[in-house]
Design a protein around this ligand. Structure first.
Ligand code: PMV
Length: 316
């Protein structure tokens, strides 16, 4: 039996502008993980994937081409030069909230890829994991920027520009985020389409906003690499104001973000596609419990506190 895992993720800064070629930063959330376990199956039973949290069992020999987990498993087996459906049982579990912009689909696939490599006695490099997981992201999301598969495959903060190799970088000092679910479902596909439509009506205005976001993303990277994460606070606030201009925030996100700031967060913003979904707030050891409690009291159904630190991909 072998097992492997992969973290959840949040986008720190740069969502939406990243679709238009600007940089974004995403960080892993190791407090939530997806796991894959591979055990030999009885001879002749083929390869069966049990996705317990989804309540689904997928027989690899029978699954259609539009089944993301099967697509990733097939691509990985082909990459390893293995039979199309070896007699293996694959169990997938995850503590990453689903459909919440925390990359649960990508993380489950990354754990699956890493476990199949482990079962074959190999250790994949993160770029290979990322490429294989991207196939599933395309089935889930159509034309994803590729940021989710990258950060869950590398398990490190990632500077991401569409079409360029990702740059993994290291925080000089750890910093802590509160991640809160707004209680409204995130609508990434719709908000990406809505921004596209609005941009077509006024390209110069949207390009200027995207440039402003790119500049603050650059400043955020410098703050993280130079060990002054407190500087992220105002950058989060600035980024959120621009996301409001892009029309992807909601009254509820705005209210919860105000709650986080009042409770002591150094800055806060929506994270991911918007239209609902998550917000993130920059906190420290003192403000973290107060911000967490305030968000829960204000109706956020789920709050996760995560510390982003320099750490290699932990062994499963
Ligand atoms: O909602 P998430 O966390 O999957 O993030 C979407 C980020 C966007 O920039 C809005 C879209 C993308 O493909 O990068």
């Amino acid at each position: 039996m072998v097992s492997a895992h992969a973290p959840g993720k949040v986008i720190l800064v740069g969502e939406h502008a990243v679709v238009y070629g600007r940089p974004a930063i995403a960080v892993p959330v190791w407090e939530t993980v997806a796991r894959a376990r591979v055990t030999p199956n009885a001879a002749g039973r083929g390869c069966v994937i049990h996705a317990r949290d989804l309540g689904r069992t997928i027989a690899l020999a029978e699954a259609g081409g539009d089944e993301p987990l099967a697509a990733v498993a097939r691509a990985t087996l082909a990459h390893l030069g293995l039979p199309t459906a070896p007699d293996w049982q694959i169990d997938l579990t995850s503590t990453i909230p689903m459909a919440s912009g925390m990359g649960s689909g990508a993380a489950v696939c990354a754990a699956l890829v890493r476990a199949l490599f482990a079962q074959a006695g190999e250790v994949p490099d993160p770029a290979t994991v990322s490429d294989l997981v991207y196939r599933a992201e395309q089935i889930y999301h159509g034309t994803p920027s590729g940021i989710d598969n990258t950060v869950v495959a590398y398990g490190q903060p990632v500077w991401f520009v569409r079409g360029s190799p990702p740059v993994v970088f290291t925080p000089a000092r750890p910093f802590t985020l509160v991640i809160a679910d707004s209680g409204e479902p995130g609508l990434t596909k719709q908000t990406v389409a809505a921004v596209r439509a609005r941009r077509q009506e006024n390209p110069p205005r949207y390009e200027a906003w995207f440039d402003e976001i790119a500049a603050l993303v650059q400043a955020a990277r410098a703050a993280i690499e130079q060990g002054v994460p407190a500087q992220l606070g105002p950058l989060f606030d600035h980024n959120h104001a621009l996301l409001q201009q892009l029309g992807v925030s909601t009254a509820r996100l705005d209210r919860l973000i105000a709650v986080a700031r009042r409770a002591g967060a150094a800055g806060a913003k929506l994270s991911g596609g918007g239209g609902g979904g998550n917000l993130i707030a920059l906190v420290d050891g003192v403000s973290a419990p107060a911000v967490r409690a305030a968000l829960l009291a204000a109706g956020a159904p789920r709050v996760i506190v995560t510390t982003v630190a320099a750490q290699p991909f932990p062994v499963a």
